[in-house]
Write a protein that binds this ligand. Structure first.
Ligand code: NAG
Ligand code: NAG
Length: 191
């Protein structure tokens, strides 16, 4: 009997713990102005080799004009080939790799991309709607990027390859990294 009681107390404590940590992860109220990046939640979002941290996000922090991410790609990992109608700026903090960029808009598909070598302390921007892909092509080191995009949430078109017609690209909209926070918001709204 006592055992059963103890177990239910533990279960309750666990539920409270989970809901408190979840609330602090998604809540915009009470976040300190200065935060330690090492203590921010990170997730791979199901993508092998990726570590994503939302430094400032639409779903997470109610950002309206920009979003800022810190992303680390393990050797050999990469983004999908994609394009979006927002502006995007990268700062390479660590490592090196390749940015593939198809700027040619005369075709019905992205076409063969330029290969741009990116390296620690370099910066680059992706023109609006140009298909691109970031690869950590350095097999010895992680590639760490600070990424800024405009007007979240992004409207993303994903390509299987560089010769897939624009019309066949898979639309993902709205693209949120922290979807569970939106879910939590809508649950709160219902209460
Ligand atoms: C930031 O967090 C990391 C990991 O918890 C810790 O090692 C580091 O000391 C923190 N930095 C400061 C300035 O508190
Ligand atoms: C990056 O570039 C800036 C501007 O030249 C320089 O001050 C800084 O030391 C560089 N950082 C690294 C890690 O090379």
């Amino acid at each position: 009997m006592a055992m059963k009681k103890l177990r239910s107390i533990f279960t309750l404590a666990f539920i409270i713990f989970v809901s408190v940590t979840e609330a602090s992860r998604c809540s915009i109220t009470g976040i300190p102005l200065v935060r330690n990046i090492s203590e921010l939640p990170q997730d791979s979002y199901g993508r092998p080799g990726l570590s994503h941290i939302t430094v400032a996000g639409a779903a997470l922090h109610g950002m309206k004009e920009i979003e800022v991410w810190l992303q680390t790609f393990a050797p050999g990992s990469h983004t999908p080939i994609h394009r979006h109608s927002c502006e995007e700026v990268f700062v390479v903090l660590k490592g090196s790799g390749t940015a593939y960029l198809a700027s040619d808009s005369v075709h019905r598909y992205p076409g063969k991309p330029q290969e741009l070598h990116i390296f620690s302390n370099s910066t680059f921007r992706i023109p609006v709607n140009d298909a691109h892909q970031i690869w950590n092509t350095n097999e010895h080191e992680d590639l760490q990027l600070l990424v800024v995009i405009s007007r979240p949430p992004a409207k993303i078109f994903i390509y299987e390859d560089w010769f897939m017609p624009h019309t066949a690209a898979r639309l993902k909209y709205p693209y949120y990294w922290d979807e569970e926070c939106l879910l939590e918001e809508s649950i709160k709204d219902e209460l």
